[in-house]
Design a protein around this ligand. Structure first.
Ligand code: ASP
Ligand code: MG
Length: 455
């Protein structure tokens, strides 16, 4: 891989959907950008709501509903456009993109496909970035729009494409790096292009990942993720109001939190950051003064218990087969089938004649969204008896040296006594202990657990 020269003072700033939701939000985000001259590259999500509307359009619907959704998208973007100092400059371009959306969604109503979905959905980021450039220019900032698809090369797994970081590094060095000296560059999160040049997406919430990948490719000193909460908390404050902000957290712990459902960061975001040791700051664009969380390579007294994450809507597959008794290669066969269906296994426990597992459902922009297809079930059923349980919740306790410390049992399991624990995973990672409970009991489990571990 073409190693990027570290530009240790440069910062990539990423703003999520709520931070570019409307004219006011975009201006607050512009304030955040301009407050730090080290920010040279800005990565944006689509304006809040737009991606959901585009995904709905991509699923195909009848004309009336389609027109309603198209109007909604137009309304959201025009509410920003109309308030720009010089709206005429980009009105044509926004109109052209809106026309594209109308045309593509009509095609989707006839026959939808994952490639078409990605093409459609990418318009959200294309529009938000065009608008944001004008917000910056209105403040006399030398700002420039950059089509990230020129550098973000991916495979052709539409809806969940995998970036090619070697190609990205080379292309970003050649095409993006020189621009950063000339202007404040604004580009799209979430989208990329596959070898034939068709548009792909990195999975829902993928803009964080884009920012980290670009940060890595350019060798920047920090990636700032601006969202609508001032940092990462010990658990979701909406579930437990006593949750506390974590000021500084190690990469591994934060990665575990993201993977296990803490919504603040996209789970893949930290991969490039860890790989290249780039600190990631998470803060709120609504209240930048409130500070945030710094995710970095820290070893300063890591606590035994760090946080609690909750992920809902988990599906548990239990596979039973008497052939598994003393068999060899059964697990390999099961995993083969899952891999062919592009399923990443999340939790797993095994016994002599059965396997219980959950599927990793993070991300995918795919139409319908369910990973549990009939063809997968049919194929698995030819091998073993399959049981499916839905609506479970995954509770993950994130910490340090969990599988090596004593006292974990007393602190954790005492609280869990009144509940039905459907599955437990513990011991593989020293950073987490996680278990499944019935979906409707999730909050009742998390509250006393948080109280016991953190309050
Ligand atoms: N706009 C995309 C989404 O809503 C990507 C992102 O926001 O990160 O999933
Ligand atoms: Mg987002």
């Amino acid at each position: 891989m073409n190693q990027a020269v570290p530009q240790n003072s440069t910062v990539v700033a990423k703003f999520g959907g709520t931070s570019v939701a409307d004219f006011e939000a975009m201006n607050r985000s512009a304030d955040v950008v301009l407050a730090n001259p080290q920010v040279r590259l800005v990565v944006l999500s689509a304006s809040a709501g737009v991606t959901n509307l585009l995904v709905a359009l991509a699923e195909g619907c009848e004309a009336e509903k389609r027109n309603y959704q198209l109007d909604e998208i137009r309304r959201i973007q025009y509410a920003i456009l109309d308030r720009l100092a010089a709206p005429a400059v980009i009105r044509d371009e926004i109109d052209r993109l809106l026309e594209n959306i109308a045309m593509l969604s009509e095609a989707a109503s006839l026959a939808t496909s994952t490639a078409l979905t990605d093409e459609l959905v990418s318009h959200g980021e294309l529009m938000s970035t065009l608008l944001f450039v004008e917000i910056l220019r209105a403040r006399n900032v030398q700002a420039e729009w950059f089509d990230v698809r020129k550098v973000m090369r991916t495979d052709d797994h539409f809806g969940r494409a995998v970036p090619d970081s070697a190609a990205l590094s080379e292309l970003a060095q050649a095409q993006l790096q020189p621009r950063l000296q000339e202007a404040l560059v604004v580009t799209q999160g979430f989208i990329g292009s596959e070898p034939k040049g068709r548009t792909t997406t990195l999975g829902r919430g993928g803009s964080d990942y884009t920012a980290a990948l670009l940060g890595e490719a350019l060798g920047v000193g920090r990636v700032d993720i601006w969202t609508d909460v001032p940092g990462i908390y010990t658990t979701d404050p909406r579930v437990v109001p006593a949750a506390k902000r974590i000021d500084k957290i190690g990469f591994e712990e934060a990665a575990e939190m993201a993977t296990f459902g803490a919504k603040v960061l996209h789970p893949a975001t930290l991969l490039p950051a860890v790989r290249s040791d780039i600190p990631v700051f998470v803060g709120s664009s609504m209240d930048p003064a409130a500070g945030g969380t710094l995710v970095c390579n820290t070893t300063e007294n890591p606590p035994l218990f760090r946080a609690l994450a909750l992920r809902r809507k988990q599906t548990l597959l239990t596979l039973h087969s008497l052939n598994m008794l003393h068999a060899r290669g059964f697990l390999a066969e099961v995993f083969n089938i899952l891999a062919r269906h592009n399923i990443s296994v999340d939790l797993i426990t095994t016994s002599e004649v059965s396997i219980a597992l959950t599927m990793d459902t993070t991300g995918a922009t795919s139409v319908g969204g369910s990973l549990l297809t009939t063809s997968l079930l049919t194929e698995l059923s030819s091998l073993c008896r399959v049981e499916v349980e839905e609506n479970l919740a995954l509770v993950a306790i994130i910490g340090n040296q969990l599988s090596r410390a004593c006292g974990v049992g007393k602190e954790v399991f005492g609280v869990l006594d009144p509940f039905n624990i459907r599955l437990i995973c513990y011991g593989a990672s020293s950073y987490n202990l996680c278990f499944l409970v019935p979906g409707e009991e999730a909050e009742q489990v998390v509250r006393p657990l948080h109280h016991n571990l953190f309050e």
